[in-house]
Structures are given as structure tokens and as C-alpha cells.
Design a protein around this ligand. Structure first.
Ligand SMILES: Nc1ncnc2c1ncn2[C@@H]1O[C@H](COP(=O)(O)OP(=O)(O)OP(=O)(O)O)[C@@H](O)[C@H]1O
Ligand SMILES: [Mg+2]
Length: 381
């Protein structure tokens, strides 16, 4: 029979092990000789470590794919001041972590090891980035709305007055043609102004049960009407099990239409576009984690083309309003996509590499939290 004191120590040990294993923060501890003492599940996930026992292995060996972490641990027994609440981007997995490094001391105060506590901040970073973008959009939008409004009236004036001049020069063919040019230029400027106003005007979402298959079909038809597809193949794969989502069907069609038009334009008449949908329930599957950090059922639709992709300096700006690399582009397509997806409490992500095609991922909650939200989104018809 174990003595009561021994029993309680053992219980505390087991409890301690469970606690560390289930912590939502990553924990990794090493001994004085650099051997791994402890790695919990979250640390394994973040560092993509293989399953199985790793105790005793040199940390530099186990973590060789993460030189930044090896460097941090390497300073544990040398630095006077250990990093507390520091941040680091793991280049190997493109993950941002916040971490604290502490020495583990024995009863005499001698350092016998070091422990790294850390948290995945990627999600936090993405939220911050989205907020920054939203602020920027709001500022640009406000200015654009004021300007568009101010320009509309003089433009209309130019058109009317040019019409009057045209009548006065009815018998002068050359002057007629010049005045006609003035009128058509004014009309074009007016179309741009309308487009900007449509973009900044707040639109209430008409949220309803929306079939993704229906929205995607309409988007393909709409895109085919607006841009030339050539011999591009569009392949749609949506499992029957995908439920209808709470969304504005018209706006959702706009999202996929804008993505398709961009893909058509990138492919220049030749290539393949794959649209694939799936349902996700857990964060690991890609389900959204709203404020409460509890995953909500989510549909994920990937729109991938095998076009030229884009270099990183283009990739980081594509969602900015008015950013375009096209002679005839207005640069509003993806800014509108982002606004609509945001209004649905979803997210849009893009992956690309120079020459490796482009994939846009639209992630939407099956059931948006607030049924209808006013957002400045618009269409350009
Ligand atoms: N599938 C894609 N492949 C390669 N580049 C892309 C793709 N989609 C978007 N881009 C890049 O992103 C930029 C911004 O796209 P966005 O749709 O916002 O504007 P645009 O297509 O240039 O103009 P608009 O859509 O207003 O006519 C494009 O100019 C292009 O450089
Ligand atoms: Mg576009």
C-alpha cells in the first residue's frame, strides 16, 4: 500500500502531465545538455514533429527544420535576460509565434534546464491585418465617394454643353467628330465614377439559404458574358453533402464571378480552372474560428487556376482598391470580393507563386452570426 503522501505526489505528477499535454500553449523543455525533456501536443503540431518518443534527443537535431527556435534555445544558458513575450516568424511553416523562455531551476536555484512556452499567433495576426485593411478601405472609400460625388455634376455639365455645341456645328463634319469624342470621353469618365460609387455605397445583404452550386453556376454564366473564356476548362467539384449557406446569393455570385474573370484574364484563353468545395467542422480542417475561438461549421471553396501566378510584390497588394496590373483594369474586383466575404463573416485567402498558378480560398460560415450586416459592397453592373 503506498503511503498517502506518496499517493498524492503520484496523483499530482499525473495531473501535471495531463495539464501540460492539454495546454493550449506549446511547451518544450530541454535539460542542461540540450536533450529534450518534454514536448506537448501543441508544440508537436506547431513544429510539425513526428509522433513517438523524442525524450533525450538533442533539441538542435529534433528542431533542425526550425533554425530560429534552435537559436532561441541556444541562448537559454548564456543570456542574462531571457526573452519574455517575444515574437518570431517560423520561416519553415510561415507561422507567427509569441514566446517566453524560462530557466528551470532545482531546489538550490541551479539551472537544470530551460523551457519554451509559446502560442500560435497566426490567427491573431490575420485578424489584425484584416482590421488594418478595413480601416484603409474605409478611408479610401470615404475620399472616393466625396470625389466621385463632386465630379459627377461637372461631368454631366460637360456632356450637356457638348451636346449643345454639336447642334451649333451641325454642318461642320470635323467639329462634329471632335465634339462626339468629347461626349464619349465624358461618358467613360462617368462610368468610372458610377463604378466607384457602387463600390463605396453601403449595401445590405439579403441573407437567405443559398445553394453554392447555384451561385457558382450563375457566376460562370455571368463571367462568360463579361470576359472571353477561350478554350479554358472550368471544372466544378461540389460534394452533395455541402449544405445551403446563409448568404446573399447575388453577392456570392459576384464573388465567384470576379474570381473567374481574373482567372480567365490570367489564363489568356488557355488552361484550367478548378472550383472545389468542401465542408469543415474543426479548426484543423479549416473551419472558421470566430470571436469565441470555437470552430463553426464552414464551407470552403477553392478557385484555382494553372495560370502564371504572381510575384510577391503584386500578391501583397491585390486586395487594395484600385490596385491593378492591367491596362483596362479598375482594380476593384478583388476589393469587392473581400468586402462581400467580410460582410458574410468569412475570409478570403490567396496562395500563388511565380509561374505556379493561383488559388483563392473563400471560407464562409454555414450560418453567419448576424443575419444581415450593412457593408460597403457593391456590384459593377
Ligand atoms: N488569378 C489570377 N492570376 C494572376 N494574377 C491575378 C489573378 N487574380 C488577380 N490577379 C492580380 O490581381 C490584380 C487585382 O485584381 P482585381 O480583380 O482586384 O483588379 P483587376 O482585375 O486588375 O481589375 P478589375 O477586376 O477591376 O477589372 C490584377 O490586376 C492581377 O495582377
Ligand atoms: Mg479583376
Amino acid at each position: 500500500m503506498p503511503k498517502p503522501a506518496e499517493k498524492s505526489t503520484r496523483l499530482a505528477d499525473v495531473f501535471f502531465r495531463h495539464m501540460v499535454a492539454n495546454m493550449r500553449n506549446g511547451v518544450l523543455a530541454i535539460d542542461r545538455d540540450g536533450g529534450i525533456v518534454l514536448v506537448n501536443d501543441e508544440a508537436r503540431r506547431l513544429f510539425r514533429l513526428p509522433p513517438g518518443d523524442v525524450a533525450g534527443r538533442p533539441y538542435a537535431d529534433l528542431l533542425h527544420e526550425h533554425p530560429d527556435i534552435v537559436r532561441v534555445l541556444g541562448g537559454a544558458f548564456e543570456l542574462k535576460l531571457l526573452p519574455n513575450r517575444a515574437e518570431l516568424r517560423l520561416k519553415s511553416t510561415d507561422t507567427v509565434i509569441g514566446y517566453t523562455l524560462s530557466l528551470v531551476r532545482d531546489d538550490k536555484g541551479e539551472p537544470v534546464g530551460a523551457a519554451l512556452f509559446f502560442k500560435d499567433l497566426t490567427h491573431v495576426e490575420q485578424i489584425e491585418e484584416r482590421e488594418r485593411l478595413r480601416d484603409r478601405l474605409a478611408a479610401v472609400g470615404e475620399m472616393a465617394a466625396v470625389m466621385a460625388h463632386e465630379i459627377k455634376n461637372p461631368l454631366a455639365g460637360i456632356e450637356v454643353l457638348a451636346g449643345l455645341v454639336r447642334r451649333k456645328v451641325a454642318d461642320n463634319v470635323e467639329a462634329q467628330s471632335l465634339v462626339n469624342d468629347i461626349i464619349s470621353e465624358a461618358k467613360m469618365a462617368n462610368a468610372i465614377v458610377q463604378e466607384v460609387l457602387a463600390f463605396v455605397r453601403p449595401v445590405r445583404l439579403q441573407v437567405d439559404r443559398t445553394s453554392l452550386a447555384q451561385a457558382i453556376d450563375s457566376a460562370i454564366a455571368l463571367a462568360d458574358g463579361k470576359a472571353s473564356r477561350g478554350s479554358i476548362l472550368v471544372d466544378v467539384e461540389l460534394p452533395q453533402s455541402i449544405p445551403a449557406v446563409g448568404a446573399d446569393e447575388y453577392q456570392l455570385t459576384q464573388v465567384f464571378c470576379n474570381l473567374l474573370i481574373n482567372a480567365y484574364e490570367a489564363l489568356e484563353g488557355r488552361g484550367r480552372i478548378e472550383i472545389k468545395g468542401r465542408l469543415a467542422h474543426t479548426a484543423a480542417e479549416g473551419a472558421l474560428l470566430p470571436d469565441g475561438h470555437v470552430p463553426v461549421p464552414t464551407v470552403i471553396v477553392d478557385v484555382a487556376d494553372d495560370g502564371p501566378g504572381m510575384p510577391s510584390d503584386v500578391a501583397e497588394k491585390i486586395f487594395n482598391p484600385f490596385f491593378t496590373t492591367k491596362a483596362q483594369g479598375s482594380g476593384l474586383g478583388l476589393a469587392i470580393v473581400r468586402k462581400i466575404v467580410d460582410a458574410h463573416e468569412g475570409r478570403i485567402d490567396m496562395t500563388t507563386g511565380d509561374g505556379r498558378g493561383t488559388k483563392f480560398r473563400v471560407t464562409l460560415p454555414v450560418e453567419p452570426h448576424k443575419t444581415a450586416r450593412s457593408q460597403g459592397s457593391g456590384n459593377r453592373d
